[in-house]
Design a protein around this ligand. Structure first.
Ligand SMILES: Cc1cc2nc3c(=O)[nH]c(=O)nc-3n(C[C@H](O)[C@H](O)[C@H](O)COP(=O)(O)O)c2cc1C
Length: 549
């Protein structure tokens, strides 16, 4: 299988459209590699070749049939076209058509045709010429990006021209608006998602010679909504809309960031995000409201969240070179005011892709949900309540519940703490049942439960993190020092509480105050729960504000 890639972008290898074409090729080649078929790809970058304009002399039809009088690289293109099985036409849209250098290549196809008028009907009533070579079985793919927000309606001239040139229905297309976004690293979460779909289109084309309707629909979905894109595009020129003067890099950047604001995330609360670029000594305010975002340079608003950061750090974060949470944990920047904006950053400023990716990550491949702390707690809570009331019967009930946990929590993945809890609770229940006493087994239970938490702090993941990390990007949460520190502190707190519970339970029973335990041992964990909810919000916000220094 011979593939010819004709890159018609004047930017050569720096073309946006070429990125899509390479993704398509990757999908195509992967499919062929699976079938063990040989595949060769020939790339012709027209911008790097010497191709003159057709002189209109018709020498290739009359004086030297099939041979052009201009001696340049066009002969190579024609030879490769004749040899190829599939031709990928990769190009940008220029003034609603192909760029001039590609139009030159198309004009110079004249030697490929015979001079005589064809009797074949092309369905347009315009007439045509038959091919000089057998080009019937060639397959063609047109891949292109354009600069406006949508490809829809933008490619009318291109389609009409290729209908005549290659024949109606003889090619498939991948046309994408907002093409310049493919070079913006800060937006790669969204553009990479699009490229993945183009790759899928390539795989489908390798198998069926078509792109499925489902994939085609996704390919036609805008990268960003029109208003978001157009605001970003306008800001990207770095020229003030009102004065026409050049704006500083950090202001341009801030405007683009503001353009990414997703107004559908508005929750009835007006916010003002103040960006203070410490190295530039510039402060800008982004008003985030129901109707969208606005950038203010005069400091006239009252900020609700303020970020103090070197510009370099913030732009590296947006390019994905440093994780935002990781940088915050390392105090490369600080946040003061309302911290909830930072927690919901992806909701307000992430693309749909980021949100969807996070959603996808949280569901495992077998469709199982993330681990739930309930899986671990069911066994313990049943054990402490049931065995305290009646050691023998309670132990049997606990054993039945433990055996049912895999069924009750079957939709969730299990972690080591769930399995360990089931084993230990089962052993302690058996002891309670045989010995006919619940005091010692429940007390050992408190100790064991407390040790779980404390011992987990000696590992790379404190116990609570094993459950809650999925709300913070899954495994990526391990790179987030704020998240890890918060969870280590909470795990030590819960662990100490239960070890102490074992101690005071033992002592209170010994001195005959066992009856207060029902209140103490339920009240204190409940208060600890309230503390946990407060602490997991307060601590990261306090650390992020840099006040601990
Ligand atoms: C001279 C010129 C004309 C253009 N004409 C159009 C146009 O008619 N419609 C459009 O949506 N984009 C237009 N664009 C934008 C390009 O199509 C867009 O930047 C594209 O992503 C460039 O792709 P490339 O990097 O593959 O060359 C034009 C760009 C240039 C430089």
């Amino acid at each position: 299988m011979k593939i010819l890639l004709i890159n018609g972008s004047p930017k050569g290898k720096g073309s946006n459209s070429l990125k899509l074409t390479y993704s398509f090729l990757e999908g195509f080649k992967n499919e062929f590699a699976c079938n063990g078929e040989e595949i060769s790809v020939d790339e012709l970058h027209i911008a790097l070749m010497n191709i003159g304009a057709c002189k209109g002399c018709f020498a290739c039809w009359q004086r030297t049939p099939g041979i052009c009088c201009i001696k340049d690289d066009m002969q190579t293109i024609i030879e490769r076209q004749i040899e190829a099985d599939i031709i990928l036409w990769s190009f940008p849209l220029y003034y609603f058509n192909v760029p001039g250098i590609l139009k030159n290549v198309i004009d110079r196809q004249l030697p490929m045709n015979l001079p005589f008028m064809s009797s074949g009907q092309d369905g347009y009533g315009s007439g045509s010429h038959d091919a000089r070579y057998d080009m019937e079985d060639k397959r063609h793919v047109l891949i292109s990006t354009c600069g406006f927000y949508s490809a829809e309606g933008n490619y009318d001239s291109v389609l009409r021209m290729f209908d005549h040139f290659l024949g109606k229905g003889n090619y498939v297309t991948v046309f994408c608006g907002q093409g310049e976004l493919f070079r913006v690293k800060e937006l790669s979460a969204r553009t990479d998602e699009y490229l993945d779909t183009v790759k899928k289109a390539g795989s489908e084309y390798a198998v069926t010679g078509m792109i499925s309707d489902e994939t085609d629909t996704i390919l036609r979905t805008l990268l960003y909504p029109r208003d978001v894109f157009e605001e970003m595009a306008d800001a990207s020129w770095g020229i003030s809309k009102t004065t026409g003067e050049k704006e500083s890099d950090d202001l341009v950047f801030t405007r683009q960031m503001a353009a990414l604001y997703n107004k559908s995330a508005y929750d009835g609360k007006d916010r003002v995000l103040e960006m203070h670029y410490t190295d530039m000594e510039h402060t800008y305010q982004i008003q985030l409201g129901k109707e969208g975002s606005n950038v203010f340079t005069d400091g006239s608003l009252i900020s609700t969240t303020r970020i103090d950061t070197p510009f370099e750090v913030w732009s590296a974060i947006s390019r994905g070179e440093i994780g935002g949470a990781e940088a915050l944990g390392k105090q490369m920047y600080t946040v003061s005011g309302d911290f909830s904006l930072m927690i919901d950053w992806d909701k307000f400023f992430g693309s749909n892709a980021t949100a969807k990716k996070a959603e996808k990550q949280s569901k495992n491949t077998a469709g199982q949900k993330d681990p739930s702390m309930m899986t671990m707690l069911i066994s313990w809570i049943t054990f402490w309540i049931a065995v305290s009331i009646n050691p023998e019967a309670g132990a049997v009930i606990t054993l039945i519940v433990v055996a049912a946990v895999p069924l009750i929590m079957r939709n969730h993945k299990f972690v080591i703490w769930d399995q360990l809890s089931m084993v230990i609770v089962a052993i302690l229940s058996a002891i309670a049942n045989v010995s006919g006493t619940g005091d010692i087994p429940t007390n050992i239970g408190y100790l064991a439960f407390g040790l779980f938490w404390l011992l987990s702090c000696l590992t790379k993941e404190p116990l609570c993190a094993a459950y809650v990390k999925y709300n913070y990007g899954g495994e990526r949460a391990h790179q987030n020092p704020l998240f890890m520190k918060t969870n280590y502190i909470l795990a030590v707190a819960w662990g100490s509480l239960y070890v102490l519970t074992a101690v005071w339970t033992f002592l209170l029973r010994k001195v005959g105050f066992g009856n207060v335990l029902i209140i103490v041992n339920n009240m204190i964990p409940a208060l600890m729960g309230v503390f946990t909810v407060w602490f997991e919000k307060w601590y990261p916000a306090w650390m992020a504000s840099g006040k601990n220094n």
